[in-house]
Design a protein around this ligand. Structure first.
Ligand SMILES: *[C@@H]1O[C@H](CO)[C@@H](O)[C@H](O)[C@H]1NC(C)=O
Length: 272
């Protein structure tokens, strides 16, 4: 049942991942992958695929304790990034601070949920680094999203972002796209932008903790299956048939910039 047919290609490339040939109806699965972080430490990344909901969830803890969660909703073409940042109690912060960033999921950003659900690891103890490092993408998140009303965008937003009610954001271009496709406007609130608030500075250069500023939060998906690899199988007549024989892994950074009413809510800008 779990056997994976596998033909070694002629190259020296080592293939780490195999496909389980199981029925994929309503399949959900979990994969734990050891991943090396940029500081050299190792974290365990959890990848969950739900082929019925057509979604993938990826989660890992950074060295500083921050929990990063990424959700891809293929049904709605929506992706969600969440950061649960440990607060500094001695600086009057709550136990943790939650941020949610919602944006459109492009095609071929990550492998389909059905392929993810069937992915198995040959050696779970191997520490992995991504084969391809993709450039960091910058997002200007100047629209606040009401999490209670966001079920219209994706059924997965509420569960992921209800801990970040006051800090769930999207881009104006994404909002316009969703409005054009019939989504109700009441869930969106456009926030002040640097152009509208003269003197709105980056939080990095603001000293007063109660002053509004433009905050940037950076996160990285350190390892994710971004492409399917195909191999060719030659039959006796020399005809080739291609079949899925592995994945390519990528890492990618994301910089999210958004308006925050108090620098107090953006203290990481100080520490960098
Ligand atoms: C979000 O929408 C709900 C339901 O309409 C409403 O009760 C709530 O006040 C809204 N939240 C914000 C921050 O506007």
């Amino acid at each position: 049942m779990m056997s994976a047919r596998f033909v070694s290609p002629g190259s020296f490339r080592v293939i780490f991942f195999l496909w389980a040939s199981v029925l994929s109806l309503g399949l959900s699965s979990e994969l734990k992958v050891k991943v090396r972080l940029p500081d050299g430490r190792i974290t365990e990344e959890l990848l969950e695929a739900d082929s019925e909901r057509d979604s993938i969830t990826l989660e890992y803890r950074q060295t500083d304790g921050t929990l990063i969660t990424f959700v891809a909703d293929f049904k709605q073409d929506v992706k969600i990034f969440r950061a649960l940042i440990l607060g500094e109690l001695e600086r009057g912060q709550s136990q943790y601070q939650a941020l949610c960033f919602i944006t459109r999921l492009g095609h071929n950003e990550i492998i389909p949920s059905e392929s993810m659900a069937r992915l198995r690891q040959k050696n779970p103890h191997t520490v992995r680094t991504a084969e391809e490092k993709r450039p960091t993408e910058t997002f200007s998140m100047n629209v606040a999203v009401n999490v209670t009303l966001a079920w219209q965008l994706s059924a997965l937003i509420y569960n992921t972002c209800s801990v970040a009610r006051d800090a769930t954001y999207t881009r104006e271009a994404d909002m316009r796209h969703w409005l054009d496709t019939g989504t109700e406007g009441s869930m969106f609130e456009t926030l002040p932008q640097a152009v509208e608030v003269p003197g709105l500075q980056s939080c990095r250069s603001v000293n007063d903790l109660w002053q509004p500023c433009s905050c940037t939060y950076s996160m990285r998906l350190e390892w994710y299956p971004c492409l399917l690899k195909y191999c060719r199988n030659k039959d006796s007549l020399g005809h080739g048939a291609s079949y899925k024989c592995g994945i390519k892994s990528c890492s990618k950074g994301y910089d999210f910039t958004y308006y925050t009413p108090h620098k107090q809510l953006c203290l990481w800008e100080e520490e960098t």
